[in-house]
Design a protein around this ligand. Structure first.
Ligand SMILES: Nc1ncnc2c1ncn2[C@@H]1O[C@H](COP(=O)(O)OP(=O)(O)OP(=O)(O)O)[C@@H](O)[C@H]1O
Ligand SMILES: [Mg+2]
Length: 355
């Protein structure tokens, strides 16, 4: 069993509180993405799990074994670093073979594993070179190959695809997912790229300022953000939030009356995903959206404007569907999908869990 359990792990660097007391369990074979903005503590948490950094308090278990006091090499895991550290004095072949050599694998097995992993990462033609003779993206792929070659039970990756161009990144993402799922590798994957987290992970832990703000499946995180921070961090465009006063248990969204869940205060936040609106038909009630800018994004059109008393709103319409006038300044009548609204209190905490 190679589950990972984090119990009350906290980390301080002098005055800086990098991690609050975190609890987290990653199941055997699960792919967990740690998602969050720069400086939220992702790398620190990964380095603590790897044993490269010591926690201020709390413990780390791999399977049922407390590894808190063990050095990195005794924890039975492989890691790909954010700065794709590869050994500069070794060739690509020797880099990929490194972990297998350390594990005293025989020559034939090493050769077979290096060949297989190099093919997967498209670095077969680079095996004789040294890292200094590679591009950043190639070096990054060598680092991933070196970690995968040992077929670790636990794999920790810190932004492993950040140096690749968009197309290669997409391709490698799909391959990584297939390989790791096939091998049953327990993986923690750090990224600040929400599409990468959504595409790869079984579950996503969204981190914010040293805490885990929400943990759940990609659809939990996307459809049911627990906080304003999560809704505003995940999605492209991110979730819109409109501040609306509550009167007689109702709110008025620019002429469209909605019934928010009960128990709310005098002011509510309405979380609205840009794709969860449709054009209001003639004679149908809707709310007024004033268009500022329209951008064609392939199959979709992103409309930026305002609603509900000048509050910013971004919506997405299918470029193939019926379209309103896209002249800046136009007023467009929209209907929200009531089932997909996300109500939050003024502090940005979700009011109810939508099924
Ligand atoms: N060795 C250190 N000494 C002091 N502060 C540190 C140290 N390492 C990290 N920090 C601080 O701890 C916090 C978390 O850093 P961390 O590197 O874990 O962030 P991150 O989420 O990985 O960010 P990024 O996406 O930019 O890589 C930051 O405020 C950072 O400045
Ligand atoms: Mg980092």
């Amino acid at each position: 069993m190679a589950s990972i359990t984090i119990e009350g792990v906290a980390k301080r660097f002098g005055e800086v509180r990098a991690l609050a007391e975190l609890d987290l369990t990653v199941a055997d074979g699960e792919f967990l993405a740690l998602l969050g903005p720069s400086g939220c503590g992702k790398t620190t948490l990964l380095r603590i799990i790897a044993g490269l950094e010591s926690q201020t308090s709390g413990r780390v278990l791999i399977g049922s074994r407390d590894v808190s006091a063990l050095p990195p090499r005794k924890r039975g895991l492989a890691m790909v670093f954010q700065n794709y550290a590869v050994f500069p004095h070794l060739t690509v072949y020797e880099n990929v073979a490194f972990g297998l050599r350390m594990a005293k694998a025989d020559k034939a097995r090493i050769a077979a594993q290096v060949e297989k992993t190099a093919a997967l990462l498209h670095i077969e033609a680079l095996l004789k070179r040294h890292p200094a003779q590679l591009s950043g993206g190639q070096r990054q792929r060598v680092a991933v190959a070196r970690a995968l070659a040992v077929e670790p039970a636990v794999l920790l990756m810190d932004e492993p695809l950040s140096n690749l161009d968009a197309l290669l990144r997409l391709e490698m993402r799909a391959e990584l997912k297939a390989v790791l799922a096939g091998a049953g590798t327990t993986t923690i994957y750090v990224t600040h790229d929400q599409t990468e987290a959504m595409g790869l992970a079984d579950r996503i832990a969204v981190m914010h300022a040293g805490r885990i703000e929400q943990i759940g499946t990609p659809s939990d995180i996307y459809d049911r953000p627990a906080t304003r921070f999560v809704g505003g961090f995940v999605g492209s465009p991110p979730m819109n939030f409109l501040e609306l006063p509550v009167r007689d248990g109702k709110v008025d969204l620019g002429g469209f009356i909605l019934a928010p869940p009960s128990g709310a205060g005098a002011m509510l936040l309405l979380g609205l995903r840009g794709e969860d609106v449709v054009l209001a038909g003639a004679g149908e009630g809707g709310f007024a959206f004033t268009l500022k800018v329209a951008e064609l994004l392939g199959p979709q059109i992103l409309l930026t404007g305002t609603a509900a008393g000048g509050q910013p709103l971004r919506i997405v319409l299918s470029a193939a569907g019926p379209l309103p006038s896209l002249t800046p300044g136009s007023d467009i009548a929209l209907r929200p999908d009531p089932a997909r609204l996300r109500w939050m209190n003024e502090a940005g905490q979700a009011l109810e869990t939508r099924p």
